[in-house]
Design a protein around this ligand. Structure first.
Ligand SMILES: O=C(O)[C@H](O)[C@@H](O)[C@H](O)[C@H](O)CO
Ligand SMILES: [Zn+2]
Length: 299
């Protein structure tokens, strides 16, 4: 029997921690603080966080085949050279929507960087509806738009056989699946595989494990839930000591640890004093299941 342990490894009180991604070569967890406008790196050996400040909300970070990182910054896809602290724009989307920004993003098994947009929030989960779209940045640095009418583009991942794309538009309170063609990067046949229950609140970031099950961070739900996408059922709940759990990924030795990001934005003084670790990064061990390495962007 495994016994689950949860530890706050970086009590940084981020505004909106998001997009955790394990960098095996550096024994580090990369993530962003969206409205804190920072890309962060937590070193698992030194336990220190390094941060690079950027000029706009930064909503996701991904590894790059050529080394370094790609990020979604405002409505831009951009390259980040960590050592030089240098950010260069690759391309921009939603040029006709000045109130939009990117939100969550992840690289597909063929190296395409998928990321979606949303209108800027007035407060958590309150925003102009249907303003977002889902995009993919291809290796040749061109951009494809997959669909629009998104409220809050969020968690995404691919099935282990690469034939299904999983996606969350938060305000639908649903985890959706699409058929996926890895050769072309095309998606189709959208359907809901799980509707969140009331106490699970809002579905946010998501990742897959080596058994093909999905882990979804529940914003305002203070938990990650494990879903069986075939059965359309929740099979496990892991509660965390903060309400605003935003995203999750596997990392550490053999990807046997889970890392969970969280937010503190939108919490009042009283709420914050009850949850002093809000905005921290959490490590969960003893889950008894592993994850898979992140795919690097091919461009
Ligand atoms: O973390 C994100 O993905 C968004 O940027 C957040 O703002 C929350 O998801 C949202 O507030 C909950 O609906
Ligand atoms: Zn999110």
């Amino acid at each position: 029997m495994s016994s689950i342990k949860i530890e706050c490894v970086a009590n940084e009180n981020h505004k909106i921690g998001e997009s955790p991604v394990w960098n095996e070569k550096e024994n580090s967890l990369l993530y962003v603080d969206i409205t804190g406008k920072k890309v962060c790196k937590w070193n698992s050996l030194t336990k220190q966080v390094q941060a690079i400040s950027v000029d706009a909300p930064v909503s996701s970070v991904a590894l790059r085949k050529s080394g370094d990182y790609v990020i979604t910054l405002g409505t831009r896809f951009a390259a980040l050279k960590w050592k030089d602290q240098l950010v260069t724009t690759i391309t921009q989307v939603d040029k006709d929507k000045p109130n939009n920004r990117f939100n969550d993003g992840k690289v597909d098994p063929a190296g395409r960087y998928f990321a979606g947009t949303m209108a800027e929030e007035i407060r958590p989960a309150v925003l102009e509806r249907h303003q977002g779209s889902l995009y993919a940045l291809l290796a040749d640095l061109s951009v494809v738009k997959h669909f629009d009418h998104v409220d809050i583009s969020n968690g995404l991942d691919w099935s282990l056989d690469h034939k299904t794309f999983f996606y969350i538009d938060s305000l639908s309170y649903s985890v959706d699946a699409f058929d996926y063609d890895l050769q072309t990067g095309k998606i189709g046949n959208r359907r809901s595989i799980y509707k969140l229950e009331k106490d699970e609140s809002i579905p946010d970031g998501m990742c897959i494990d080596t058994e093909g099950k999905l882990w979804v961070a529940c914003y305002d739900g203070g938990r990650v839930i494990r879903l069986d996408p075939e059965a359309g059922k929740r099979i496990q709940t892991v509660k965390l000591p903060v309400d605003k759990t935003t995203s999750c990924c596997f990392g550490g030795k053999d990807y046997s640890e889970m890392y969970v990001t969280s937010a503190s934005e939108g919490m009042d003084k009283d709420w914050l004093s009850r949850q002093p670790q809000a905005g921290g990064i959490f490590k969960i061990t003893g889950l008894g299941v592993k994850g898979i390495p992140p795919y690097p962007f091919a461009g």
